[in-house]
Design a protein around this ligand. Structure first.
Ligand code: NFS
Ligand code: SF4
Length: 682
């Protein structure tokens, strides 16, 4: 389509808006500003426009709309001015606001845990196929990691020789048994999800005492669906316990197993260089964007796009090469293992297509906006769906099913489709000229190596720097973008505020992409943005102050890093003792709720931005925000203001430093710094 035709077509589909909000008020990312403006110039409607024309429902926002049976929906909005005296609000069946809000919350946990875990199941199935050599396309690549994790799954890595000596066990045998054990965690009915035992011993014992250790990954999610059916669990505390079981089955189960097995198949990530933002697209290349979550697909596409025959085909079609890039967590997966650049985060998916330079957007599962199909329809861009779970009904997408047994061939077909499409570009290409350098790929193993100095080193040097006060604490800042908040603003403000106060940041998901775009994933940024203590550590070790650990499934890496810190000693006995906090500044996905719950149950104070759908049920809200601290040592919080948000985390970190008796050391470091700066100034 020519540019004029695009305008006509878009105008026919778009709703007329009153007055467009200035793009600069919708995002702090200059590339996104340019592309919002471009979309408007072409008359193409995006989520940024729809967020203006459609406001959220005030009752749903408070979490107190129940539609779990056909006598409802029953809506129990907070009376203006709050509750005076007894709260008499009830649904038809008598359900209280606490019951309704906790049921809705639990269903979010179930959906989030299911999304992560179903991803994990697919990985486990493919892993097993690879181990049994039923597929040529996937291999057991990282045998070092295989041997490291096998014992955690109860898999022997040695066999007894004839004289009783220990001999190395056959690698294929180990892999098959590991795959079988991993896959069995989903359907297991009794006992414990095996990887939960990786938590620090006191944490594991606490869970055991509370009776919240997940029995099987699928079972806990199904039980949430049962409990939230009309007329079942009507006790918000009991419901929260089930949220814990299902979320632990995610974070310490499905997600953790996914990360483990992906690392063994595709390699454990170590730091790589790359770049981020829409400027990574190349006008003279075939641009393929991979969007979604599962590395099973993207790993094959990375390989296919390097095939000489396909590169030759691209040349033949007039392109100078094939440029792969990613959006959302698929982007993070192929970045941390191959250095493939990041095109953008969640809210940039439609805008990537608006550049006119994307020949194919290949999607699998999760966080894919249905509207990409409408935007693509205004251009030559092909949307290629690949997963049988995730098709788009729109007539202008194509489905090339991706099967683990024929994966490489499927990937070749997809890449070829994109190359053929390169010649069909008609609309003027407009790629915003923004991209930033980055270093990513800090698995907990890599952090160990960087801070410890040897592969089998330990977290002791990190702990020392926390104890001596140069590093004030550790924050995990993760999660989505949300069209109800200014794109990227809270992410950047919170992370900068944290590192300015000497809090080192571990990041994943769309937060990681935001940090990448503003240069926070470079060692050089330490000098510019960090407090003196953290800057000194980063400069000495040569690491960025914000460590990119991968996708949202890789939040399990943060749990493992926290566990390593506990093990290294000197900072208490459990994750809840650590000067640490979690944050999801711009969350929107149900996965984030599952993640939040497993962080909290793991002992982490976890602050969400934007909103949480519990404000209409004050007793349940108090349970999440306050009471859980007495049970788990971690609790939820909500703070939409980014500066206050960061300072709530810092206050919690300081509270933990004080409890550990290391608050004074920090004062000494700061005095040292001041003294040194004075000397330097003199
Ligand atoms: Ni996480 Fe990753 Fe992004 Fe949110 Fe979606 S991509 S799995 S859910 S939007 S961070
Ligand atoms: Fe209303 Fe109760 Fe039915 Fe919910 S379960 S819709 S509160 S009657």
């Amino acid at each position: 389509m020519t540019t004029e035709e695009v305008k006509k077509k878009a105008a026919a589909g778009a709703k007329k808006e009153k007055k467009a909000v200035n793009a600069k008020d919708l995002t702090v990312d200059p590339a996104t500003v340019e592309m919002i403006e471009r979309s408007r110039e072409l008359g193409i409607e995006t989520i940024f426009d729809r967020a203006q024309t459609m406001k959220p429902c005030n009752i749903g926002l408070q979490g107190i709309c129940c539609k779990n049976c056909a006598q409802g929906p029953c809506r129990l909005p907070m009376p203006k001015g709050g509750i005076e005296g007894e709260d008499t609000r009830k649904g038809l069946c008598g359900a209280t606001p606490e019951t309704i809000a906790s049921r809705n919350f639990a269903r979010m946990v179930a959906a989030g845990a299911a999304a992560h875990s179903d991803h994990g199941r697919g990985v486990a199935e493919t892993f097993l196929a690879a181990a049994r050599k039923e597929t040529e396309d996937y291999k057991i690549k990282d045998t070092k990691k295989l041997l490291e994790i096998a014992p955690d799954y109860g898999v022997d890595i040695t066999v007894e020789g004839e004289d009783g000596e220990k001999l190395a066990r056959d690698m294929d045998e180990i892999a098959v048994e590991l795959g079988e054990t991993a896959l069995a965690q989903w359907g297991q009915q009794q006992g414990e999800v095996i990887t939960v035992k990786r938590a620090p011993a006191p944490r594991y014992e606490l869970w055991k005492k509370l009776g919240v250790i997940p029995r099987g990954i699928d079972r806990e999610t199904v039980e949430i669906m049962h409990r939230t059916h009309m007329g079942v669990d009507q006790d918000y505390e009991n419901m929260t316990d089930q949220c814990t079981r299902a979320s632990l089955a995610d974070g310490w189960g499905g997600s953790m197993i996914a990360t483990d097995l992906q690392d063994v198949m595709f390699g454990c990530p170590y730091p790589v260089k790359s770049s981020a933002n829409l400027g990574v697209l190349k006008e003279d290349h075939v641009n393929i964007i991979i969007h979604g979550h599962e590395p099973l697909l993207s790993e094959m596409i990375v390989q296919a796009s390097e095939l000489p025959e396909l590169l030759a085909l691209a040349k033949e079609k007039g392109a100078n090469g094939i440029q792969l890039s990613g959006i959302c967590c698929t982007a993070n997966e192929i970045l941390i293992r191959h250095g493939v650049p990041l095109a953008g985060n969640y809210l940039q998916q439609e805008l990537a297509i608006v550049t006119g330079a994307v020949d194919a957007m290949v999607v699998d599962v999760q966080c894919i906006m249905e509207n990409v199909a409408n935007v693509a329809d205004c251009f030559h861009t092909k949307i290629i769906t690949t997963n049988p779970r995730a098709k788009i009904a729109s007539g202008n997408t194509i489905h090339i099913e991706f099967d683990e047994h024929t994966a490489f061939n499927d990937a070749k077909k997809i890449v070829k489709e994109a190359i053929e499409n390169f010649t069909k570009r008609e609309t003027e290409v407009m790629i915003p000229d923004y991209s930033s350098d980055l270093i990513a790929g800090f698995s907990y193993e890599a952090i160990n190596y960087h801070l410890g100095g040897t592969f089998r080193g330990s977290y002791a040097p990190l702990n020392d720097n926390i104890i001596n006060g140069r590093i004030r604490g550790v924050a995990g800042v993760v999660g989505c973008n949300n069209a109800r908040a200014t794109h990227d603003e809270a992410h950047i403000t919170i992370v900068k505020e944290l590192i300015k106060h000497d809090v080192i940041v571990l990041t994943t998901g769309c937060n990681a992409i935001t940090c990448a775009k503003v240069g926070l994933l470079t060692p050089e940024s330490a000098k510019v943005f960090c407090g003196a203590g953290l800057a000194e550590v980063c400069e000495t070790v040569g690491i960025p102050p914000v460590l990119h650990m991968g996708s949202c499934v890789d939040n399990s890496r943060i749990l493992m890093a926290a566990t390593e810190v506990v093990k290294a000693g000197g900072l208490g006995n459990d994750i809840s003792d650590l000067p640490a906090a979690g944050s999801a500044p711009e969350w929107m996905s149900e996965k984030a709720i599952s993640i939040g719950q497993y962080f909290v149950a793991s002992g982490v104070y976890t602050v969400f931005g934007v909103t949480l759908p519990v404000s209409g049920a004050p007793v349940f809200e108090d349970h999440l925000y306050n009471k859980l601290e007495g049970i788990y040592g971690g609790m939820w919080d909500l703070e939409a203001d980014p500066i206050k948000h960061a300072h709530k985390m810092i206050a919690h970190i300081d509270k933990k430093r004080k409890a550990l008796g290391i608050d004074k050391s920090r004062e000494r470091v700061l005095m040292d710094m001041a003294a040194r700066q004075k000397l330097e100034a003199a």
